[in-house]
Design a protein around this ligand. Structure first.
Ligand code: ZN
Ligand code: ZN
Length: 263
């Protein structure tokens, strides 16, 4: 049985965890160590089993907890291999050098039963990535913080059992909302975020014969609304799978069996 959780998503902090056979891997640390520990324990996963932390990009809602996490736990923290002290947001985290680990995009990092592959996203942060994670024949996609959808993302999406997929904003809410025009342009631009209709279009494009579960993540508090996203799904989602809309800051945990899978 694989246990996994959205520990939280959205502006308040982003973090995900996947656990199998006494080994757990964290993705992003947008929370304090205390919060990460509490949320992990609440999801039914023993925090002491965490053996690695992978970071998608340096924005604070994804990385703010990484420094204290690294210093207090000595667990390796994996960053894109081009990220180093030249980036002030990285330097400010003060990751001890013996905890600083690297990955190269499109090359799998193997940790126990896990295979973790970073892949490029399009976002206004240096060397930003999403992750495709395989464990015991099951696969997970973490795809948030990207302004555009690229062919490799669809490929990973088709192969995934569980998708953590960004649905950051509703286009008309963003347009009518309070943000200044340049920020609106940034969010909806090539290096911004995925809208509800981007996420729905992504799911409708991937065709898969197997059961999938999508968690719509990283919803904006200002420019999105769960009921609007729900209505958009009811009206436009042809992809058939289970779906969960993640409220900003809330936690969602579940399990997936490794019986009867593709192995
Ligand atoms: Zn970001
Ligand atoms: Zn973000």
């Amino acid at each position: 049985m694989i246990r996994y959780a959205v520990l939280g998503s959205g502006s308040s902090g982003n973090s995900y965890i996947i656990s199998y056979n006494g080994c757990s891997i964290l993705f992003d640390a947008g929370f304090s160590l205390k919060q990460l520990r509490e949320r992990t324990q609440r999801s039914g996963i023993d925090f002491s089993t965490v053996q690695a932390l992978f970071i998608t990009h340096l924005h604070p809602d994804h990385a703010r907890g990484a420094g204290v996490f690294a210093r207090k736990t000595n667990v390796p923290v994996f960053f894109h291999d081009s990220i180093d002290d030249q980036y002030s947001q990285f330097a400010a985290l003060k990751i001890p050098s013996d905890s600083h680990s690297h990955f190269s995009p499109d090359a799998a990092v193997i940790i126990k039963d896990f295979s973790v592959t970073g892949f490029y996203t399009s976002h206004d942060s240096p060397h930003c990535v999403g992750f495709f994670i395989e464990v015991k024949g099951r696969a997970f996609l973490l795809l948030t913080d990207t302004g555009v959808l690229l062919p490799h993302m669809y490929n990973y999406g088709e192969r995934s059992d569980v998708l953590f997929l960004e649905a950051n904003y509703d286009s008309s809410m963003l347009e009518r909302g309070p943000y200044p025009y340049p920020l609106k342009r940034r969010i909806s631009g090539e290096f911004g975020h995925l809208s509800n209709s981007d996420a729905i279009g992504f799911l409708n494009t991937i065709s898969t014969p197997k059961d999938q579960h999508v968690y719509f993540c990283h919803l904006s508090k200002t420019n999105n609304d769960e009921n609007i996203l729900l209505r958009s799904c009811e009206n436009g989602l042809t992809w058939k799978g289970a779906r969960t809309i993640c409220t900003n800051g809330e936690m969602y945990s579940s399990t997936i069996s490794i019986e009867g899978n593709r192995l």
